[in-house]
Write a protein that binds this ligand. Structure first.
Ligand SMILES: [Zn+2]
Length: 488
């Protein structure tokens, strides 16, 4: 049976890496051309990834993955906790961006659990960070007060926390030097609705705010305190802001209806830190508390590698072969491309150095899958937590992997932001799962073909919509529809 990919693009075309220019006619006359063979060449792969990132043509809204949407409540709750744990492992002050994303997984063992985590970087945690993690685990096991746990987390995760606070303040053009003292009721809450009074009363009764403070004033104070935070702020100041965010969003229902959705989302992200402390402590109590055995292991991806790629979209994509738009000058290609992908970068001539790394969710997924395959003892889904939604390529990789895993044993991660990341390193295939890599390469090939089709204006404008999120994802969505129907 033809896959959706084949239905959409015709039988996959395959071709060997081209050493000599071939005409477009020759290309299309070849009966069986598989993209993955050409893309097995690392230089071609890296350049194509860079060229596609330049087009950034999905630029989609973040969305929950299909497998997450289909998961049952308990699995979702567990993934949310793993997402939160990942947040607690993003450390401050390391000079490298690639440590700013963390993925986590959990393996249940007799008498406890093993937690695994990975960065995009292969660098080991420092002795200080390892001590922080050990102490954090002890506090969870011994059911320390939530406030103590949060105060332990703040100094180590300050960078990400302050960043989240600043994102809320940025909505109102506020930062540590611009506090806009002349403005009030930033959030625009209406005091004449029932929810306002309910929230205000609850917060006063539970001593989150003083008896004489109005909700509107409390929100303004909270916002200014958030805006004021910097990397130099004290744990006490940050703690205060995180607690208020928790009070406004978790303690009192209804705030969601008083403020705009973006404000609500950013407040909730700040509240997450306290919420995760409570959730994780509860989970650890259920597995035995102080007598539970809990280990935390860092997983290491392959070393990151720096590669030189062509800066310009056309030159980068064209490393694949010289058969593509030989008849259209570079400038034409770039300008035509922009018609279809308004965000596409022009791209300069010359070369640029890009760091390629294996993304953390794939490192954790591979580890858990290998364990599952080896021990045949891990039943149920492979749950992955991540501090950030996955990129398009990771989502594609996991979707392809899930196509060959049994329905009850799929890898489940929360969300994807849908963007085509530059510098994405494809994981080495696990024995028995080689087909996943092949499919992903074929999909990348299809994407390159699509870009050239647009760049060459071979498509009519009426059917010029970019390949949205890849045929493979549509396949997955369709499967879910079928599953949903089957479950009714
Ligand atoms: Zn990724």
């Amino acid at each position: 049976m033809e896959s959706l990919l084949e239905q959409q693009f015709g039988t996959p075309v395959t071709r060997q890496p081209v050493s000599q220019p071939v005409s477009r006619q020759t290309l299309h006359n070849e009966s069986l051309i598989h993209y993955h063979q050409a893309l097995s060449d690392r230089s071609i792969f890296n350049n194509c990834l860079h060229g596609l990132a330049n087009t950034n043509f999905h630029h989609a809204e973040g969305t929950d993955t299909a497998v997450y949407r289909m998961a049952d409540k308990a699995v979702k709750k567990h993934i949310n906790m793993l997402d939160g744990l990942a947040l607690f492992l993003i450390f401050r002050g390391r000079d490298r961006k690639d440590q700013s994303v963390v993925a986590t997984g959990m393996i249940r063992e007799t008498g406890g659990v093993k937690i695994v985590y990975a960065n995009n970087s292969s660098r080991s945690a420092s002795p200080e960070q390892k001590d922080y993690i050990d102490e954090l685990v002890e506090k969870f096991k011994n059911q320390y007060p939530v406030d103590d746990i949060l105060k332990h987390v703040i100094p180590f995760c300050k960078e990400k926390i302050v960043q989240r606070c600043k994102k809320l303040a940025a909505i109102f053009d506020m930062n540590s030097t611009t506090l806009r003292e002349d403005v009030s009721n930033f959030f625009g809450v209406r005091s004449d609705v029932a929810e306002y009074t309910e929230i205000e009363t609850t917060l006063r009764d539970q001593k989150w705010i003083q008896k004489t403070t109005s909700l509107s004033t409390a929100l303004d104070t909270f916002l200014r305190c958030a805006a004021k935070l910097t990397q130099l702020s004290t744990t006490k100041d940050i703690f205060y802001v995180l607690c208020l965010a928790y009070g406004f969003t978790i303690i009192t229902p209804g705030m969601e209806n008083l403020v705009k959705p973006l404000i609500w989302r950013r407040m909730k992200k700040m509240a997450d830190y306290r919420k995760i402390c409570i959730r994780t402590r509860d989970v650890i109590r259920t597995i035995g508390g102080s007598s539970a055995s809990i280990t935390v292991d860092q997983l290491f991806p392959p070393d990151e590698l720096q590669y030189e790629v062509y800066n310009s979209t056309l030159e980068a994509l064209n490393t694949w072969s010289t058969v593509y738009p030989s008849d259209s000058p570079l400038q034409d290609f770039e300008s035509q491309l922009k018609e279809y992908y308004p965000d596409a970068k022009e791209g300069q001539s010359g070369k640029i150095k890009i760091l390629f790394s294996q993304h953390c969710e794939l490192t954790v997924a591979k580890y858990l899958l290998r364990l599952k395959t080896a021990t045949k003892s891990l039943l149920g889904p492979i749950e992955i937590g991540c501090s950030k939604a996955s990129c398009f390529w990771c989502d594609l990789y996991l979707t392809e992997l899930n196509h060959i895993l049994p329905a009850h044993g799929r890898v489940i991660n929360r969300a994807t932001h849908g963007n085509l990341c530059d510098g994405w390193m494809m994981p080495q295939a696990l024995p028995g799962y080689e087909n996943v890599n092949t499919k992903v390469l074929d999909c990348i090939g299809c994407q390159v073909e699509t870009v050239f089709a647009c760049g060459n204006d071979r498509r009519r404008k009426s059917d010029s919509l970019p390949l949205d999120r890849g045929a493979l994802l549509q396949d997955d969505e369709m499967q879910n529809e079928i599953l949903k129907e089957a479950m009714v």
